[in-house]
Every structure is written in structure tokens, then in C-alpha cells.
Design a protein around this ligand. Structure first.
Ligand SMILES: [Fe+2]
Ligand SMILES: [Fe+2]
Length: 129
């Protein structure tokens, strides 16, 4: 599975948030590397769990900034974050509880969702935060 990359056009003009987005990409790539390597359920569940925890941390931080500037599309944006957390939690359950590997479909969902969210939804609060 292909690694993903942060590019300058994904910047939201806030160093702190850009660094968190870069960290999310780095954690996704660790998960991709671990799932490309020989199957190791402990490594895979650890990297998936880390990605989930860091996503929650990032979303809370981003939502706090949006509340601070009274971002008009706040509710809808939070729903998108909640949707991602729900999906990743269910992947965690499959991998951790059922000791199954991350599937190509899971990786594809995580990578595509993150890149699309950074490129579209997170760009929309750019002028506000
Ligand atoms: Fe967001
Ligand atoms: Fe974000």
C-alpha cells in the first residue's frame, strides 16, 4: 500500500494545525509500513490505536479554535470528525479484538479521508482561525 504525503497546498495557514496534520500523515504512514511488513498484530494495533488517539487530540484542538472564532460551519465540521472517529474505532475493534490485519480497504479509507478532509473541509476555516 502506498504511503501518503503532506504537500504545501494542504496548509491551513496555521503552523500548529499544519504540524498536527503532518503528524497524522506520519502516523498513517507508520500504519501503512506496518501493514506492508510481515503480519504483526501487536504492531498494527498499536499504530492504529495511536492514530485514533492522535486524531481525537487533533480534532479537539481544531474544534476549540473554530469555537473561538465562532466558525459558522462548526456543527457540520464536528460531525465529519465524529464520523472519522467512529470508523477508526470500528477498525480498531476489528484489528485488536479479532486479531485481524488492517485491510487495504481500511488503509484506503483512512488515507483518502484524511487527505480529502485537509484539502477541502479544513481549508474552509482558513480565513477564520
Ligand atoms: Fe477538521
Ligand atoms: Fe484538521
Amino acid at each position: 500500500m502506498q504511503r501518503i504525503e503532506w504537500v504545501a497546498s494542504l496548509s491551513v495557514g496555521n503552523k500548529h494545525i499544519d504540524e498536527q496534520h503532518q503528524k497524522l500523515i506520519e502516523l498513517t504512514n507508520e500504519l501503512i509500513d506496518n501493514s506492508n511488513a510481515e503480519f504483526n498484530s501487536r504492531l498494527i494495533s498499536e499504530s492504529l490505536d495511536e492514530l485514533m488517539k492522535y486524531s481525537k487530540y487533533h480534532f479537539e484542538d481544531e474544534e476549540r479554535l473554530m469555537r473561538k472564532c465562532k466558525y459558522p460551519d462548526y456543527e457540520q465540521h464536528v460531525k465529519e470528525h465524529e464520523w472519522f472517529v467512529l470508523r477508526i474505532s470500528s477498525f480498531c475493534l476489528d484489528v485488536i479484538e479479532h486479531k485481524q490485519s488492517v485491510t487495504e480497504e481500511m488503509i484506503h479509507f483512512l488515507s483518502a479521508w484524511l487527505l480529502d478532509h485537509f484539502a477541502v473541509k479544513d481549508q474552509q476555516y482558513k480565513s477564520c482561525i
